[in-house]
Design a protein around this ligand. Structure first.
Ligand SMILES: C[S@@+](CC[C@H](N)C(=O)[O-])C[C@H]1O[C@@H](n2cnc3c(N)ncnc32)[C@H](O)[C@@H]1O
Length: 226
């Protein structure tokens, strides 16, 4: 991955809580944040005393490089959201600028934690579908705005292999959203659910209290059945 391919855009703990229906108990579980990018999830959970390891190929770059890339791409991203505003629900944010400022706050929180977090091994430059962790290293994996969202860019096989890998390293996997960037349900969703269910893996579509992209208000919860 080169820096020019990256458009850093990060969400907050408050958003992760709603996207993944995280309870207070969940926030004490050993968690893998998959494709966390410049989200402030890891920084905020760590500040509360929780345990999160985030993986993302972007962590191959320094804080300064990521910050420069934010400055290069910020206005383009906000303009793009303004142009496609009808595809989003504007209950939480007044407009694209307010959303952009909220995202910047999350990214700044991430950037201030990143150097220490990297030293502590909380931000690792790895990527799906292969992870450098032993079996059941985590209680929970959460994957926000990567799998299913980028169905046009990532194959069905990559989705299947990634989910199986996440199930190898964690007891439970939660993925949000189930829609693509184009606002449709991912074309892979039904076949992934069927393949996993056929392997006696428990898969549930869970309604959540988060909807920004219109219609994207469910997560997938995946775990081994009893
Ligand atoms: C849209 S961002 C989402 C960031 C964060 N999860 C959030 O919701 O705020 C998608 C992230 O996935 C990362 N990514 C891309 N391919 C990946 C892969 N194969 N494995 C892990 N992360 C990947 C990107 O670098 C980027 O940071």
């Amino acid at each position: 991955m080169t820096l020019q391919e990256i458009v850093p855009w990060g969400r907050t703990l408050e958003e992760y809580i709603r996207m993944f229906a995280l309870t207070e108990k969940d926030l004490t579980r050993k968690t893998l944040g998959v494709g966390d990018g410049p989200a402030s999830f890891n920084a905020e959970v760590t500040a509360r005393g929780g345990q999160v390891i985030s993986i993302d190929p972007v962590y191959a770059f320094s804080a300064q490089e990521i910050e420069q890339r934010v400055q290069q791409t910020y206005l383009t991203v906000v303009d793009q959201i303004r142009l496609t505003a009808d595809g989003y629900r504007w209950d939480q944010f007044k407009d694209a600028d307010e959303l952009g400022q909220y995202r910047l706050t999350a990214i700044k929180r991430f950037l201030s934690d990143y150097p220490t977090g990297k030293q502590q091994g909380r931000y690792l430059a790895n990527q799906l579908p292969t992870l450098p962790f032993g079996e059941r290293s985590f209680d929970l994996s959460v994957c926000s705005h990567l799998l299913f969202l980028y169905s046009k860019h990532l194959s069905l096989q990559l989705h299947y292999d990634s989910i199986k890998e996440l199930l190898r390293v964690s007891n439970e996997v939660r993925i949000f959203p189930l829609q693509t960037l184009e606002g449709e349900q991912s074309p892979y969703l039904e076949s992934i659910i069927k393949k996993l269910t056929d392997e006696s893996i428990q898969v549930d579509r869970v309604p959540v209290a988060y909807e920004f992209q219109r219609g994207a208000n469910q997560m997938l919860r995946i775990q081994f059945g009893d």
